[in-house]
Design a protein around this ligand. Structure first.
Ligand code: KG4
Ligand code: ZN
Length: 372
């Protein structure tokens, strides 16, 4: 089945064409086109995503990408059009939905909605490049396989615990099978990606902050500052990251000789090492909470695999720590290729295909608060 998918929930305008085949036990995805226009430069001066600017950019970029797509693919060969119906920014989502409807009418094809969060998690089913060795995430499966599934190079086994970490969400979920899942917990306040972005801003690093924190943290000592690990020992699988963010803020206020306002340290020399230690220590605290809770859930529910998805899944410290702990516990650890961790439309095609196989549907209305 050939799927044309559209993603406009936040600040990436993305179109893809994916050939999907196989059943739930052996789904295969061949990515024919993966087009993305990032709006990062448009939003950077504002320090975050501005919904109406996002809408305007999607409106401008969708026809551009579609023209490109038409030059490369004969669109009469498409079987299904899929579009993110949520969660995300309502004005941004509507742009994609209206565009999908237009394509559906023009080419007389069925159009379906898709859940962005399922997209992030089903990214683990997408093909991988061979260069993942550098992130050391390939874990041979040391356990005897009961319900093993070959997805790309992963041998994903269920039950599995999934960790979704993005700019808008932090969710732990238990997957009894590829399609039967339940949420175990989620953040009670800020999403972990949002906190990476906010801490980066405190350190006067540009938006989006996650990759910047990771870059700066490389030169820092993760043990330099003992930041709190909120809710790490609480029995619930919920998270809370706003306390960690505030701890970084107070640290800057109380300890930085270069502080000019509570939020800012002078960017000039002298403060760099300090920023590296702060970034590394903050990252270590966030990774610690995420890893410990994920592994505890995996133990409690006798999971055989752990997999991750979402923008923060790009973070090497997180991938490395999870891979290490999973290996120690004899669990399969699976992470999508970096190309599919941040927002893209290939993951929307994957989610739409899995839902197509089970008959699950999402409406063609924007659902800003759609959850797992
Ligand atoms: O999944 P995504 O592209 O968009 C949402 O659905 O939210 O995630 C974006 C988030 C941003 O907060 C960004 O700072 C974070 O992912 N991010 C990272 C890294 N790369 C992106 N966070 C930590 N380390 C990274 N390397
Ligand atoms: Zn996303």
């Amino acid at each position: 089945m050939r799927i044309l998918a559209i993603e406009t929930s936040c600040d990436e305008t993305a179109l893809s064409v994916v050939d999907a085949s196989g059943g739930l036990e052996n789904s295969r995805f061949e990515v024919l086109e993966n087009l993305i226009i990032s709006q990062i430069d448009v939003h950077r001066p504002w320090g975050g995503v501005v919904p109406n600017l996002a809408k305007r950019e999607h409106q401008k970029n969708l026809p551009k990408l579609f023209t490109k797509l038409k030059e490369r693919i004969n669109l009469t060969s498409i079987d299904l059009v899929a579009v993110t119906s949520g969660p995300g920014l309502a004005p941004a989502l509507w742009q994609g939905i209206e565009f999908a409807k237009k394509i559906g009418e023009e080419y007389n094809k069925p159009v379906v909605g898709a859940n962005h969060l399922e997209g992030h998690l089903y990214s683990v089913l997408l093909p991988r490049k061979q260069d993942t060795a550098s992130t050391k995430i390939q874990t041979p499966n040391p356990k005897e396989s009961i319900s093993g599934m070959e997805f790309g190079a992963w041998n994903l086994e269920f039950p599995a615990v999934a960790l979704l970490v993005s700019g808008g969400h932090t969710i732990l979920a238990l997957f009894k099978s590829l399609t039967e899942y339940e949420k175990l917990g989620e953040t009670r306040d800020d999403a972990v990606g949002e906190v990476f972005d906010k801490v980066a801003r405190m350190l006067e690093l540009p938006y989006p902050g996650g990759p910047e924190i990771e870059r700066v943290a490389k030169d820092g000592n993760p043990k330099a500052i003992d930041f709190p690990r909120p809710m790490i020992h609480e029995p619930s699988y919920d998270f809370s990251f706003s306390g960690l963010k505030t701890a970084v803020l107070y640290h800057l206020r109380d300890h930085s000789p270069a502080v000019t306002t509570p939020l800012k340290i002078r960017g000039a020399g002298g403060s760099y090492d300090q920023r590296a230690d702060i970034a590394a220590s903050f990252q270590a605290a966030a990774v610690d909470v995420l890893t410990q809770k994920t592994l505890r859930a995996a133990n409690e529910f006798a999971a055989r695999s752990v997999f991750i998805g979402g923008g923060v899944a790009m973070n090497k410290a997180l991938r490395h720590e999870l891979a290490k702990k999973c290996q120690e516990e004899g669990l399969v650890f699976a992470a999508p290729d970096n190309a599919y961790n941040t927002d893209n439309a290939v993951m929307i095609a994957a989610a739409a295909y899995i839902n197509h196989l089970t008959g699950k549907t999402y409406s063609m209305e924007a659902q800003p608060n759609l959850n797992l």
